[in-house]
Design a protein around this ligand. Structure first.
Ligand SMILES: NC(=O)C1=CN([C@@H]2O[C@H](COP(=O)(O)OP(=O)(O)OC[C@H]3O[C@@H](n4cnc5c(N)ncnc54)[C@H](OP(=O)(O)O)[C@@H]3O)[C@@H](O)[C@H]2O)C=CC1
Ligand SMILES: O=C(O)[C@@H]1CCC=N1
Length: 260
């Protein structure tokens, strides 16, 4: 099967990395910046094409991986070539209806991946326009399942998926960074802090998963009466840390709803 990529930036890089591991796909790509496309050729052995239209004409499934502000430009360039090809958009906040306004009632898929697809640990939300057939849905699902956990949802959930899981790695990195800063403040070297804090987050997740522990159970097991942990937890509560985190995610959700 021939897969085309329009846009060779950060997300396209992670997508191509996953797809090229599977021999059954032939990959074609195009970027306005020729150097970026050439880099993909060098790294992954993909074929470089000269325009958006060439990608559509050469491929069965076309993944548009440009910023939301650029997607309508791409769609208007390819609209006469789309025919019954499958167009996949990974753009945040751009609905299927908005894309249909430009290319008509075509086969459109929205996918919201996150950057963790580069280690096959992504979470990918997916929804389909109504004209996509069941066997086509399966092919798309199979293509993206090499990158992580795919959840097919009603389109109304795509903004929530964008906020929670698309933006999620940046939010999680922000919490990890605070922890590393605390370790540095308490005298550990930056390198030690980085390694130990990653181990702390990773170990806590593995412990919860393997032992099927809830967050409350972990907190209860760690927090001794009159001890150290309760002091920290009380301060987090006093500063409304949980509320701030929830509000931050809701802000990202609202932004996804109003992006264009
Ligand atoms: N980064 C993330 O974690 C996630 C991003 N997304 C979505 O993925 C999309 C891409 O994001 P990201 O990879 O970070 O963006 P990048 O800016 O890294 O990549 C986009 C690339 O597309 C190029 N481009 C712009 N217009 C065209 C065109 N007409 N034809 C071909 N190439 C073009 C850009 O060139 P130039 O820079 O010269 O304009 C750039 O090289 C966005 O819509 C974003 O919402 C979704 C989930 C997670
Ligand atoms: O920040 C953004 O808009 C994109 C969408 C999800 C992650 N990055």
């Amino acid at each position: 099967m021939k897969i085309g990529l329009i846009g060779c930036g950060n997300m396209a890089n992670s997508i191509v990395y996953s797809i090229t591991k599977n021999q059954k796909y032939q990959i074609f790509c195009y970027d306005v910046d020729t150097l970026k496309a050439e880099k993909f050729k060098k790294l992954y052995g993909v074929a470089v094409l000269m325009s958006e239209n060439e990608v559509v004409l050469s491929c069965d499934i076309i993944i548009i991986a440009v910023k939301p502000k650029d997607i309508f430009n791409v769609l208007s360039k390819i609209k006469n070539e789309v025919d019954d090809k499958i167009i996949v958009s990974i753009a945040a906040g751009i609905s299927i209806d908005k894309m249909k306004d430009v290319i008509g009632n075509k086969k459109i898929v929205r996918v919201m991946p996150n950057i963790n697809i580069s280690v096959e640990e992504g979470i990918l939300g997916m929804c389909f326009s109504e004209s996509i057939l069941d066997d086509e849905k399966e092919k798309i699902r199979e293509l993206f399942e090499s990158m992580g956990s795919v959840i097919v949802v009603d389109e109304k959930f795509m903004d929530a998926i964008t906020a929670l899981f698309g933006s999620g790695p940046a939010f999680v990195a922000h919490f990890i960074e605070s922890y590393i800063d605390a370790a540095v403040k308490l005298g550990f070297s930056k390198q030690e802090s980085y390694e130990l804090v990653l181990k702390l987050f990773y170990g806590t997740v593995v412990n919860m998963k393997n032992n099927m522990l809830t967050t409350h159970q972990i907190k209860d097991m760690v927090t001794s009466p009159g001890g150290t942990t309760i002091e920290g937890l009380v301060e987090f509560e006093r500063r409304a840390l949980k509320g701030a985190i929830i509000d931050g995610i809701v802000k990202a959700y609202e932004r996804s709803k109003s992006i264009l």
